[in-house]
Design a protein around this ligand. Structure first.
Ligand code: 1GP
Length: 240
């Protein structure tokens, strides 16, 4: 039942870096899914994340089914709302926005999701979600009505991530926000990574392969790329 998480942990032990392609159900049409997934299959991507901040109800389930029929990559839900939970995925990031002080996104939405999650058999990965300011207001900030953490406050960012680990979260996700002007910088990533024993995900505003490499070199175990794929196939064209 922990197959996806165990695979992430094993990959880290084997020094293998991971890359998730984030698909926002609001930004892709069902007609385009097959050709997009073909490119993802031929790329260096190791995971497909599905989710968005403002997705319409019931769209996610149809999309995940289509993706599943055309890939063997693990599909991990990265839900912006409860309506994005669907049993056809392989795992769910059970997120708590620990950088914010909005009780709804710390514990409220999670409690609302429980009755649905108890009915279905989905691997749940408790994940501390840490939003860091990135040069512009992002959708996460808008939707959750929380303030991102200032970039320069490294100690507070590290303490927040470690508090997540101490609370029993199994991964930490450092998020600059979709379409962020500035991705999470190497200094933040390396300081957080040094303090953590659990896997570290980094995403938001990553636009090219050198930015992916910067994140890996600083200590990111899994990098998430979404927005940039709508504008370029910069890495999808690279064969595995
Ligand atoms: C957003 O971290 C993800 O939640 C990915 O961000 O769309 O900017 O790649 P981008």
């Amino acid at each position: 039942m922990n197959a996806i998480y165990n695979h992430i942990v094993d990959s880290i032990k084997r020094h293998k870096k991971l890359l998730a392609v984030l698909i926002d159900p609001d930004k892709i049409t069902i007609q385009k899914v097959f050709s997009f997934i073909e490119k993802v299959n031929a790329s260096m991507a190791t995971h497909i994340f599905v989710g968005g901040s403002t997705v319409k109800s019931n769209v996610t389930s149809t999309l995940v089914n289509k993706i599943k029929s055309s890939t063997n990559l693990p599909i991990v839900l990265f839900p912006g709302s409860i309506s994005q939970i669907t049993t056809s995925a392989d795992a769910l990031l059970f997120l708590s926005l620990i950088s914010g002080r909005n009780a709804d996104y710390l514990i409220g939405k999670q409690i609302e999701a429980v009755s649905k999650l108890r009915e279905i058999n989905l691997e749940i990965i408790p994940t501390g979600y840490v939003l860091i300011e990135s040069g512009k207001k992002t959708a996460v900030q808008e939707v959750t009505k929380t303030s991102p953490m200032p970039r320069h406050d490294i100690n507070a960012i590290v303490d927040t991530a470690v508090a997540g680990e101490f609370l029993g979260m199994r991964m930490i996700y450092l998020e600059a926000g979709s379409g962020a002007l500035n991705p999470i910088n190497a200094n933040i990533i390396s300081n957080v990574k040094k303090a953590l024993k659990i896997p570290l995900i980094v995403g938001g505003g990553i636009k090219n392969k050198s930015q992916i490499q910067v994140a890996y070199d600083a200590g990111a175990d899994l990098v998430v790329v979404g927005n940039a794929l709508e504008h370029s196939n910069f890495f999808l064209n690279d064969a595995k």
